[in-house]
Design a binder for this molecule. Sequence first.
Ligand code: RB5
Length: 156
Amino acid sequence: MPPIALGADHAGFTLKDALKAWLERQGHEVLDLGTHTADSVDYPDYAAAVTEALLEGAAGRGILVCGTGIGMAMAANKAPGVRAASCVDAYTARMAREHNDANVLTLGARILGAEDAIEIVRVWLETAFAGDRHARRIEKVAAIERKEHRGHVPAR
Ligand code: RB5
């Protein structure tokens, strides 16, 4: 698997470091883009660094940690081609891959312990995209990004 880019703000860096250690123990190559201290920083800076690593091909997947996982998801999803999912348990992690082909996982360090976060990362890494009707749906998401998808509800 290509390297996994990691990023976090001050609220998430301790969990990010724990995930980094676990990922490396599992044999993954990790690109740690910070932050590395508890000094207050702005989460979009790290979301941008991780999504740039993906877009440039330096990483295949990204994991972002902030207090809730919400700000990181909002910021990461502004980057083209990024499908960031904020997951809170193994089920949402599995669905984020099977149905949404999420290439970025966001986690909330203020709502998850390290053990639960590791389980979420494990499931997210091990689960494949199911394709089929879900591929059609994520192509529509991409079309919204290109401003090519006009909203409509098909007639019944
Ligand atoms: C930082 O206090 C906090 O706002 C940030 O980590 C994150 O939760 C934002 O969504």
